[in-house]
Every structure is written in structure tokens, then in C-alpha cells.
Design a binder for this molecule. Sequence first.
Ligand code: FMN
Ligand code: MN
Length: 450
Amino acid sequence: MHSPIIKDLRAYLDVLRQDSDLLEIDVEVDPYLEIAEIHRRVIAQGGPALLFNRVKGSRFPVATNLFGSYARMALALDVSSLAQLPERTGRLLDFPQEAPAPLLVQAAPCQEVVRQVPDLLNFPFLKSWPGDGGRFITLPLVFTLDPETGAANCGMYRVRILDDCQAGIRWKQGSGGFGHYRKYAAAGLRMPVAIAVGAAPSLTLAASLPLPDPFDELSFAGFLDREPVEMVRCLTSGLSVPARSELVIEGFIEPGETCREGRFGNHTGCYDQGEEVPLLRVSCITHRRDPICQATVVGSPPMEDCYLAKAAERLLLPLSRRQCPEIVDLTLPMEGIFHGCAVIAIEKREAGQGRRVLETLRQSGWLRKGKLLVVVDATPDTELTLSNAFWRAINAARFPDDLMLSEGCLGIDATRKLPEEGGGEFEELRQDPAVSSLVQSRWREYFPSP
Ligand SMILES: Cc1cc2nc3c(=O)[nH]c(=O)nc-3n(C[C@H](O)[C@H](O)[C@H](O)COP(=O)(O)O)c2cc1C
Ligand SMILES: [Mn+2]
């Protein structure tokens, strides 16, 4: 017994509408800065998802802030709370065969309209900050293939619009897209790329997840949806894209061709200066008859991407538990921008365990690039909050003994130290149960109601 599956962006918009968590704005707004500023103010007030129906210079609407709260992130993944997510990935780890392979279909909504002559500038992509180099696709699903194995990758890498038929793709070193790109470049081959905009929430989230092998984004999204993702062949390349997406940009990267992509106002609160990135030459654009362009605005936290990160945190926790079974919970502070910072609560039983967890997490897995990793003791019956973790950490860590400084990362073993680690005895503060129940039963005597 499940609610209907959210198969695409518009199905999700309907769910938001029913939940009265979508605000439609019908006056004309400008995709240059104005939409971003409205979005920023709404998210700061904990406001609803936004659908801008009349966007200056384009026939197509823009949807933003669709994931910008805990409630919406849960709604998007069809759970009543994000706390239910670890169980879902736990199940996937136990039964990987339950992740359905994507399904290739013949006819697709995303190909209702075909534009042989690319006209990127007719679409309402946003410029968010005054110093941004131009307009960007901020929630793109970038599809590539490994030229050696044929394996597909879907990653979220921002795309800079250069003109009607050219764009820059900024996939960082270490990302799936970059790995593919390097292989095409080394072989001197042109690289097909397809960019989907506006897809089912499960797919959008999967594109942003640092999923380790052997999980791929499409099967993972299919697993979350309990249904295979429907894919369709691109018209100008051998790639496949989600059939129910709103808009697809197909193109190629010619060997050696790059462009400058920045500047871009980022979640550090400052502009990325931008770098030389591969140049995408668009071969065609396809879309639904009435495509809705999903976008987000990046800036100082908490912004919408922070809630994607919180969902990622819950979904990836079981992976860390596989690495280190003593891990009970972990939390990624929003200020750490995704996995920049993690507080990891462990059940400590033996000397050196805190340091070993740090070493393991640094070696491999989705937290390996964290800048600040803090291991604390798990507190039974209390949720791992930042305040709680900070209190534990600042009191239990000994400096510099518990610091582990390595290239790019500060690890802190803030677990309480056992006697063999040079620590003292410790005993949790706990009231005498007899006194506790006495006070409980006499409460009315101390504070009689008037
Ligand atoms: C809103 C948003 C924007 C992002 N922008 C970029 C980006 O421009 N470049 C990049 O390499 N990663 C970016 N990421 C992070 C990647 O999506 C993330 O690392 C993901 O794991 C990439 O998929 P991959 O593991 O298949 O490479 C962004 C994530 C989000 C949520
Ligand atoms: Mn990947």
C-alpha cells in the first residue's frame, strides 16, 4: 500500500499542490536575478515551493525550491520523515537485486518537440547573482557513457549557457562525468553528452549522490521509486535519457575544446572564479510540449541543496555502517556543504577505535573527501544533534593527541578515552531511579495547580 509513484516532475508538482506547498506566481518575473532573489527570500522564511508561470524572455515556466524543506524532501521521496531513509538503503544493500534496471521505451514525453536548430537562449535558465558569468542550469542531470565499458553515469554538474548552441560543463575531478571525459580525451574521441532538466525527484537526488560502485544512479532511483526508470534513446547520439524529463539538451564535446565557465556565486557564500571546462556543442534540443524548467539557487546555507544533502546523509548512512559497524549515526552540518564536515557517533568498546574509524572513512567511501570529521560517542536515546555533538567533542577531545591532520582533512577523535588510552574512569550522570520516581510521583505536591 503506497501512494502513487512520483514518476516525473509534474507528478511531484501535483503532490506539492495537494499538500498546499506550492505557490504559483503569475506576474512576469525576470530570470536575471529577480527569480533568484524571490527564491532566496522564500527559503529564508521556510516558505513553499515556487512555480513562476510567466518568465520574461521565455515561453516556459520555472520551478524552484521544490526540495527546500525537510517536509518537501520527505514528500519527494514518499516517506513521512527522512528518518525512514536509512532503512531503505539498508534493504538495498541486503537485496541489491531489488534495484530495477532502467527500462528503454520507444516514445517519450521529453521528445514531443524536437528543435533541430538549438536555441538555448529561449529557455528560462537563471542568472542568480550579479557577478555570475552568465546563465546556468543549476539542477542538470548530465548523462555520459564510459567509452570502454559502456556504463552510464548521471551526475549533477552545473552547466553554463554560452549562447544558443554552446555550453560549458563543470564536472570536478573525481566525478563520474570527469572520469568518462578523461577517457574520451585520452583517446582523442568526441564525447556524447545529454543533459536532462526536470525529472522525477528520485532521479534528481540520485544525480547528486556520491554513489559508490556498483550502484548506478538509475537503478538507485528505480529502487527508491519501486519501479524502473523509463529511458529513451537520444536522437543524435547513443545515450539514453529519462523519458519523462521536461527538457533534454543533446550534444558533443570535441577533443580539446574548452571554454571559461565562471564566475558563479556558490554555497561558500563567494564567487567561484570558474575554470576552463569542456565545451559542449549542442546537436539538438528536445522537450515536452510545455516544459517546466526546474532550477535552484545556490548561496550561503541553508539553501535548497542543503536539504538534498540531508536526504543524502540519511540514504548513505548504511554504507558507512558497512564500512565501520560501530557507527550508530552521523550528521552532516549544513554549513559543511554536503560532505565537507561530518560528525560520526560510534559505540566505542576498545582503545583506538575512534582513530580507526577516522582512518577507515578517510581511505574510501563517500566521506573520504571530508574536511572535518569528528568522531563522538553515541548517546543512547538521544538524537545526534550538532549541539549535543559539539558538547561531547569539546569536552572529550584532548589536543593535540586526538587530532589527525592529513592532506586536506582534520580528523578529531572526540570519543571519551578509556583508561588504557590515558583517560580516566567515566560514568554517565544519572539520577538514582528511586529519587527520580519519588520526584515524579510528588510533582503535584511541589507545584499544586491553582
Ligand atoms: C545543486 C548542486 C550542484 C552541484 N554542482 C556540481 C558541479 O558543478 N560540479 C561537480 O563536479 N559536482 C557538483 N555537485 C555535486 C555532484 O552532483 C555530486 O558530487 C555527485 O555525486 C556527482 O555524481 P557522480 O558521483 O556520478 O560524479 C553539485 C551538487 C548539487 C546538489
Ligand atoms: Mn556516478
